[in-house]
Write a protein that binds this ligand. Sequence first.
Ligand code: HEC
Ligand code: HEC
Ligand code: HEC
Ligand code: HEC
Length: 152
Amino acid sequence: MAGGWRHARHLIVLALVVAAGLGAFLILRGAVVPAGFGKLGHYRAGAIDDNRRRPVSFAGQATCADCHDKQVEARSKGKHRIVSCEACHGPQARHADDPEKLKPVLPDTAILCRRCHEKDPAKPAHFPQVASTDHSGGAACNACHQPHAPKM
Ligand code: HEC
Ligand code: HEC
Ligand code: HEC
Ligand code: HEC
């Protein structure tokens, strides 16, 4: 019988250790899981409002078109018609809100054009790409190509 009690005591100790571990887990979880977690899904519900409060950086090209119809018109005739204004000009929401106060810096074509068109075997073969040093001999890309309608 004494042997049986010894075995039972092991089980009780084990159960107490598990219960203590579970208690510690719940206390810690309560301390580190932020309020609102799980209310809408596996994330903190308040994160949506936090993100909504961040300033908008991109205006979207429909907004650019309100004032820059010349560039929209030029772009519509070439293959860059599928490239958004802000893909090249960067986020311009603050300029679109107040054009006189914040004038965008024009992109440097030596950096900009290579970002998409530098020859790279990882790119799809049908995508137009050039080894820029051989292709332009150091001349600026916009010496020959119109950025908004680049076909030569
Ligand atoms: C409400 C009208 C308006 C909207 C919307 C607007 N712009 Fe402009 N933008 C202007 C005006 C006006 C200027 C000229 C500012 C100056 O010369 O002082 C200008 C200048 C620029 C320039 C510089 C031109 C230069 O010669 O240096 C760029 C680039 C430009 N805008 C791009 C954009 C893009 C991209 C968008 C869309 C995200 C946009 N603009 C939205 C009115 C607007
Ligand atoms: C493929 C990249 C690219 C796209 C797409 C693009 N731009 Fe440009 N844009 C440029 C570059 C580069 C310049 C500077 C040209 C220069 O320095 O001669 C420029 C110049 C401008 C200027 C100054 C005046 C001019 O025509 O040179 C304005 C305004 C402008 N872009 C607005 C826009 C708007 C609006 C859109 C969308 C309809 C747009 N751009 C799309 C690359 C781009
Ligand atoms: C954000 C990426 C991007 C940037 C930046 C960019 N391009 Fe393009 N370009 C494209 C795409 C997309 C196409 C169309 C590819 C297609 O049709 O398969 C294209 C097409 C072209 C073509 C082929 C035109 C034709 O009608 O066959 C030329 C030339 C070209 N770009 C030159 C330039 C030059 C010069 C610059 C810098 C002013 C530039 N690109 C900047 C994405 C870009
Ligand atoms: C001296 C004039 C000149 C300069 C500078 C120049 N190009 Fe070109 N580019 C051309 C001509 C001409 C063509 C059309 C014939 C051809 O495909 O080689 C062309 C074609 C292209 C094409 C289309 C290639 C294809 O496979 O369809 C791309 C992309 C291009 N250029 C990007 C650039 C970039 C990026 C720069 C700047 C690093 C640049 N170009 C500078 C003259 C020039």
